[in-house]
Write a protein that binds this ligand. Structure first.
Ligand code: NAX
Length: 332
C-alpha cells in the first residue's frame, strides 16, 4: 500500500463535512488503496462539536483512515497537505447584506491562502466549496503565490449533477446515460446550465439531448431555471441547505481531478479563466474541462450561439463585480 497522504477539510464540524468526511475516508476520492490522514479545521467555538465528529470517524472503523487531526490552527491544518476541501465559510445570517457576507469570507480565504502558501505541498489541489465559492477561490489563490493558480478551483459540480439529473429524468433514462451538460460561470443564480452540447446514450447510440427532448423552450427556459433555483428549493423543503448532495459533488470534483475524466466526457469546474469563449481573464469561472494526469484543460471549440453568449456575459459580469468588491474589501 502507498504511504498515507494528508487531506484537509475546513468547516469540518458543519453539515456538508458530516457527509463528506465519510466519503473521503472510505476511498471515494483518492482510491480504495490510498491511506489517508485527515486534518479537520474549524473555528475555536466548534472544537467540542468537532471532537464528536472525530469520535464518529473512529467508530466507523475505516481501514484507510490512519489518523485524524482536529484543530482550530491553520498552521496545523494545512501542514503538508496534498488536497484541501475548503468548505468552511461564514453563513449568511438574517439581515446580512451580500457585501457583509463577502467581506467576512474574503478575510477567511485570505488567511487560508496564506496558510496554504506557507504550509501545504506546492502541488496541493484546492477545491473551494464555501460561498461565494468562485471569488473565494480567486482570493485564496492570490494569497498563495508559490502554488500554481491552476491548483485553485471552485465547486460547480453540484449544479452539474443537478442539471444531469434533470435532463435524465426528462428523458426517462438513468443519469449515467447523460453526459456533457455544462455549467458556465458563477456558482450563483446567474450560472448558465447549458444542455446544448449534452449527449444521451440510447440503446447504444449517442444522440444529442436536444434531438431527443425536442423542446427548445424547456431546454432554454424551464431547465435553466430549475437548476438555477434548485438550491433554494432544497432549503424551502429541508429548512437547511443542500449537504449530502454537496458532499457527493465535492468528492466527484476531487476524484476526477486526481483520477482523470473518461475519454469524450467533460465535467464543469470553476477554474481560472484564460480568456476562452470571451470570458474575462483572471476570474474563477466555471468551464467544461477534461482532466489528464492531474491537470485540467478547458474544452475548446464548442459552438456558442447568441443566447449562450448573452448568458456567459451576465455571469461573467457578476464575477467581475464580486472580484472588484473583494479587492476593495482587502485594500480597505
Ligand atoms: P455549516 O454552517 O453547516 O458549516 C460551516 C462550518 O464552517 C461551521 O462548522 C463553521 O464553524 C465553519 N467555519 C466558519 N468559519 C471558518 C473558518 N474560518 N475556518 C474553518 N471553519 C470555519 O455550512 P455547510 O452547510 O456545511 O456549508 C458550507 C459552505 O458551503 C457554505 O458557505 C455554503 O454556502 C457552501 N455551499 C456551496 C455549494 C457549492 O456548490 N459550491 C453548495 C452547498 C453549500 O451551500
Amino acid at each position: 500500500m502507498p504511504e498515507p497522504i494528508r487531506v484537509v477539510v475546513t468547516g469540518a464540524a458543519g453539515q456538508i463535512s458530516y457527509s463528506l468526511l465519510y466519503m473521503i475516508a472510505k476511498g471515494d476520492v483518492f482510491g480504495y488503496e490510498q491511506p489517508l490522514i485527515l486534518h479537520l479545521l474549524d473555528i475555536p467555538p466548534m472544537m467540542d462539536v468537532l471532537q464528536g465528529v472525530v469520535m464518529e470517524l473512529a467508530d466507523c472503523a475505516i481501514p484507510l483512515l490512519r489518523e485524524v487531526i482536529p484543530t482550530a490552527d491553520p498552521a496545523v491544518a494545512f501542514k503538508d497537505v496534498s488536497a484541501a476541501f475548503l468548505v468552511g465559510a461564514m453563513p449568511r445570517k438574517q439581515g446580512m447584506e451580500r457585501k457583509d457576507l463577502l467581506s467576512a469570507n474574503v478575510k477567511i480565504f485570505k488567511v487560508q491562502g496564506e496558510a496554504l502558501d506557507k504550509y501545504a505541498k506546492k502541488d496541493v489541489k484546492v477545491l473551494v466549496v464555501g460561498n461565494p465559492a468562485n471569488t473565494n477561490a480567486l482570493i485564496c489563490s492570490k494569497y498563495a503565490p508559490s502554488i500554481p493558480k491552476e491548483n485553485f478551483t471552485a465547486m460547480t459540480r453540484l449544479d452539474q449533477n443537478r442539471a444531469q439529473a434533470q435532463v435524465s429524468a426528462k428523458i426517462g433514462v438513468p443519469v449515467e446515460q447523460v453526459s456533457n451538460v455544462i455549467i458556465w460561470g458563477n456558482h450563483s443564480s446567474t450560472q448558465f446550465p447549458d444542455a446544448s452540447h449534452a449527449v444521451v446514450n440510447l440503446s447504444g447510440k449517442q444522440l444529442t439531448v436536444a434531438e431527443v427532448i425536442k423542446d427548445d423552450s424547456w431546454l432554454r427556459d424551464t431547465f435553466v431555471q430549475i437548476v438555477q433555483k434548485r438550491g433554494a428549493a432544497v432549503i424551502a423543503a429541508r429548512k437547511m441547505s443542500s449537504a449530502l448532495s454537496a458532499a457527493k459533488a465535492a468528492t466527484d470534483h476531487m476524484r476526477d481531478w486526481f483520477q482523470g475524466t473518461v475519454y469524450g466526457k467533460y465535467v464543469s469546474m470553476g477554474v481560472v479563466s484564460d480568456g476562452s469563449y470571451g470570458v474575462p481573464k483572471d476570474l474563477v469561472f466555471s468551464f467544461p474541462v477534461t482532466i489528464k494526469n492531474g491537470q485540467w484543460s478547458i474544452v475548446q471549440g464548442l459552438t456558442i450561439d447568441d443566447f449562450a453568449k448573452q448568458k456567459l456575459a451576465i455571469t461573467g459580469k457578476e464575477l467581475e463585480e464580486e472580484k472588484e468588491e473583494a479587492v476593495a474589501i482587502i485594500q480597505a
